[in-house]
Design a protein around this ligand. Structure first.
Ligand SMILES: NC(=O)c1ccc[n+]([C@@H]2O[C@H](COP(=O)([O-])OP(=O)(O)OC[C@H]3O[C@@H](n4cnc5c(N)ncnc54)[C@H](OP(=O)(O)O)[C@@H]3O)[C@@H](O)[C@H]2O)c1
Length: 260
């Protein structure tokens, strides 16, 4: 008799912030998921999460640097060996560097694009054969996807890529009944700003929200099959404005209100 395939979740960027919160909420709410595979570079943080959740679910730690070109080789081999059903994939690994492009380090910006775009694409594609009807793909995007951001240009562009990719992939996967949700928050209280060496301006500080809220809404919206998950009135306003105002006006407003 064929062995029953395990139902799993995979979460990248699980060592902190929203990724870690996704792991906690999935462990709490999805009892049919038997194992959560967690990916990030900081192994110790992943082991601590494993220990924290040991009464609730099995956590498999997969420490890896997603900026490495062959980062997905290990994941692909593991999936091929174990052939699980991936019920939820969350791509939360990501980072941002602020400042005018002319002041930025090229390698640092390319590393950011590697994690935000290349790795997210590679992980998603590696997982595609293992999704089944009802599986959910959740891509950590950003409100930055809705508008160009002078002073955060490459980051916002990387997130526009994620939004475009997610919308198109959702359509491609419609017949398999697999949904793709791009999660587009404004500023969230995580290590994101410290990691990127970003000092928040007073306007952005006003809109800071907790990761728990963003993640709860994202999981809810993903189950409803929504293409985009936006948490909080301010980001809903930005999204609506980007749909009606000319791009030049949005970019000017963005420079006025949201620069660091
Ligand atoms: N916080 C915000 O205001 C905000 C707003 C909108 C969107 N977002 C997006 O939300 C996502 C999660 O960010 P967060 O706010 O939760 O920030 P965070 O706390 O800094 O988490 C980022 C995660 O990405 C992982 N990561 C970074 N580089 C990696 C690499 N090379 N290989 C593997 N993992 C890597 C980090 O793990 P290791 O360091 O252990 O590798 C960490 O777990 C990102 O995509 C970010 O762009 C954040």
């Amino acid at each position: 008799m064929e062995k029953k395939r395990a139902s799993i979740a995979i979460v990248t960027g699980a060592s902190s912030g929203m990724g870690r919160e996704f792991v906690r909420q999935i462990a709490e709410s999805y009892r049919s998921i038997s194992e959560i595979w967690v990916i990030a570079r900081r192994e110790q943080a992943l082991l601590e999460l494993q220990d924290e959740l040991k009464e609730k679910t099995m956590i498999r730690t997969l420490p890896m640097d997603l900026a490495e070109k062959d980062a997905c080789t290990e994941l692909a081999a593991l999936l091929k060996k174990e052939k699980p059903v991936i019920r939820i994939l969350v791509n939360s690994a990501g980072l941002g560097h602020a400042g005018k492009l002319e002041t930025q380090d090229v390698d640092q910006i390319l590393n950011m694009i590697d994690v935000n775009c290349r790795a997210l694409t590679a992980v998603t594609m590696t997982c595609l054969p293992y999704f089944r009807k009802g599986s959910r793909i959740i891509q950590l995007d950003s409100g930055s996807a809705f508008l160009p951001q002078p002073g955060f240009a490459a980051y916002a562009a990387s997130k526009a890529y994620v939004l475009s990719l997610s919308r198109a992939l959702k359509e491609e996967l419609r017949s398999r009944q697999i949904s793709v949700t791009a999660v587009c928050p404004g500023p969230v209280k995580t290590d994101f700003f410290a990691t990127g060496g970003i000092k928040l301006n007073p306007v952005k500080r006003l809109f800071l929200i907790k990761p728990e809220r963003v993640v709860r809404k994202a999981l809810f919206d993903a189950e409803k099959g929504k293409a985009v998950s936006v948490c909080g009135g301010s980001m809903k306003l930005v999204r609506a404005a980007s749909g009606v105002l000319p791009p030049g006006v949005m970019t000017w407003l963005s420079a006025m209100l949201f620069s660091f």
